[in-house]
Design a binder for this molecule. Structure first.
Ligand code: MN
Length: 293
């Protein structure tokens, strides 16, 4: 097994607001080099770096009713909590440490807001939303949710009291993650103590990167990755190490490329332009169901 090297380390881009509740830095697909094709099967990564929201007595901040089709949205909450409601009648709250894995597939309408409790108290808010593409054969399958509480996520200790690795999806050292996926995807949270060092192995051709959520780390003993920065790995070599220079949290993603054509327009990601047109038509004809704003 050979070492997987860092291809580049990227600083967060200027943030923008999604609705009025999510102040995010986009990495995939708009940061340098992190296109949908390069990061396949990861087609979008918005990072809400830690940001203080004051208490609010008016309507909860967030993003109103919108559709999705053709992929999955994965929300990882680090600080604060998010409430959601969808057109199938589902809903819930994603609290600190929890993950929501939503398979939009054939289509859902949903809205995402700060939870009522968080709105009342205010506080630090920090989260990631990752979009995972679906293979063509699964794009029109039935929508579903995996609401994954932190307690349901396997936690693998790192040697020498170095911390732990949470296995959200895929596997780590033979331990299977909490979420099921449609194509091979590994999604891990490494929560490392200062000085803690963990090793990772992914097939060379899997597209792989990491985001430093808290603290700062050194990859392979040579590459410094500061807070809120994204490191992209080359597709040569399989294994790398992460060492925490202070108490740190690192989100690690690695996935097998689906290698199918991508036609993307806003909240729809399909394989052809015709399928995008169909998505708009279905949306306008109410085929995504109903949801009140
Ligand atoms: Mn959404």
């Amino acid at each position: 097994m050979s070492v997987k090297q860092v291809e580049m380390v990227l600083a967060p881009r200027e943030p923008h607001y999604v609705g009025d509740g999510f102040k995010v830095h986009n990495f995939i697909p708009s940061a340098y080099g992190l296109t949908m094709q390069r990061m396949d099967p990861f087609i979008m990564l918005d990072y809400g770096a830690k940001f203080y929201f004051p208490p609010s007595t008016s309507k909860a901040r967030g993003v109103g009713v919108h559709p999705h089709r053709g992929f999955e949205t994965v929300t990882v909450a680090y600080k604060g909590s998010v409430a959601h409601h969808d057109s199938s009648g589902g809903g819930g709250v994603i609290a600190e440490g929890d993950v929501q894995w939503m398979t939009a597939a054939s289509g859902v309408l949903h809205k995402e807001y700060h939870s009522d409790e968080f709105s009342k108290t205010g506080g630090d808010f920090q989260m990631v939303q990752l979009w995972v593409n679906l293979p063509a054969k699964d794009k029109m399958s039935t929508p579903k949710y995996q609401a994954i509480t932190n307690a349901q996520i396997p936690k693998i200790p790192v040697t020498q009291n170095g911390g732990l690795v949470e296995v959200i999806a895929g596997a780590y050292e033979g331990n299977i993650g909490a979420a099921s996926t449609f194509s091979p995807v590994h999604l891990l949270n490494a929560k490392l103590n200062e000085g803690g060092e963990a090793s990772f192995n992914f097939p060379a051709h899997f597209n792989t990167g990491l985001l430093v959520i808290e603290g700062s780390v050194i990859i392979n003993g040579t590459e410094d990755v500061p807070l809120d920065h994204f490191a992209l790995f080359t597709n040569i070599g399989e294994s790398f190490t992460i060492k925490a220079t202070e108490n740190s949290i690192v989100l690690i993603l690695s996935g097998e490329p689906i290698k199918e054509p991508i036609a993307a327009h806003g909240p729809f990601v399909m394989n052809t332009r015709q399928e995008i047109m169909q998505a708009f038509e279905d949306y306008e004809n109410g085929k995504f169901g109903e949801l009140v704003d």
